[in-house]
Design a binder for this molecule. Structure first.
Ligand code: F6R
Length: 241
């Protein structure tokens, strides 16, 4: 794993956006795997800024997101679909029909997982997968203990993840209890992985993911086995390594 030290959140966001921009410039029709959450927001803002300057063109880009809450429609303000449009897609020239997220309203989890993996396969796989990491080491919504060989599947969110994500909802009870997520297998099939991490709360997870044993107890640790994974972290997130 290549580790890039950034000074702070803004520096992390700019460096990560640079890597994504390079991908889009090198392969305009690339498949970008995208993430939600607080960490990549600054990265998306930077990409929008460069798009507005005329430096980036998303017209041929296709995106596949890591995950979506189960049981809420895409129009829901807290759906990951809404997040992606608010933070990136509404502000760049991406074709909305080239944007994919799991369908949180599909009640058949096996069918939804198979459908989503078939889309990714049909697209020819992900060129660059952007990832955040949970305080507990999760990537996507692959919580500690997940089987590494899973493709897209339905997960029960852990109490700690519901706790961490309640800030996006009016109250904790509103946070969905399940989500569809790309599995570790799906994530590991991406040709390149870009992991972003910011803040002291991520320091333990980053240390365990980068230098601890490769174990399902720390889902992010599997990235040590990825042939082309880059971590961009700010000083606080990298403070223990
Ligand atoms: C988001 C995702 C999650 C987050 C992780 C970190 O699509 O899959 O794994 O990347 O929970 O979230 P933040 O960035 O909010 O700390």
């Amino acid at each position: 794993m290549k580790i890039i030290r950034a000074k702070d959140y803004q520096d992390m966001s700019r460096k990560a956006a640079n890597i994504i921009s390079a991908q889009v410039i090198m392969k305009p029709h690339c498949i970008l795997g995208l993430a939600t959450g607080g960490t990549p927001v600054g990265t998306y803002q930077q990409l929008v800024e460069w798009y507005n300057k005329g430096d980036l063109d998303f017209s041929e880009v296709t995106t596949v997101n890591l995950d979506e809450y189960r049981g809420i429609a895409k129009e829901h303000p807290q759906s990951y679909w809404s997040f992606m449009f608010q933070n990136l897609f509404n502000h760049v020239n991406i074709n909305p029909s080239n944007v994919y997220l799991p369908d949180g309203t599909n009640p058949d989890s096996a069918a939804e997982g198979a459908r989503y993996d078939a889309i990714i396969q049909h697209l020819g796989g992900v060129d660059l997968q952007l990832l955040g990491i949970g305080n507990n080491g999760h990537i996507g919504f692959n919580e500690p203990g997940v089987a590494f060989e899973l493709g897209t599947h339905c997960v029960d969110l852990l109490e700690s993840t519901i706790e961490a994500n309640k800030r996006f909802f009016e109250k904790k009870e509103d946070v969905p209890k399940q989500a569809y997520t790309m599995g570790i297998k799906t994530i590991m099939q991406a040709r390149k992985v870009l992991l972003v991490a910011s803040g002291a709360a991520k320091a333990e997870a980053i240390k365990a993911a980068c230098f601890g044993p490769v174990t399902p107890q720390v889902p992010g640790s599997i990235l040590q086995m990825h042939p082309d994974c880059t971590l961009v972290g700010d000083a606080e997130a990298l403070s223990l390594i």
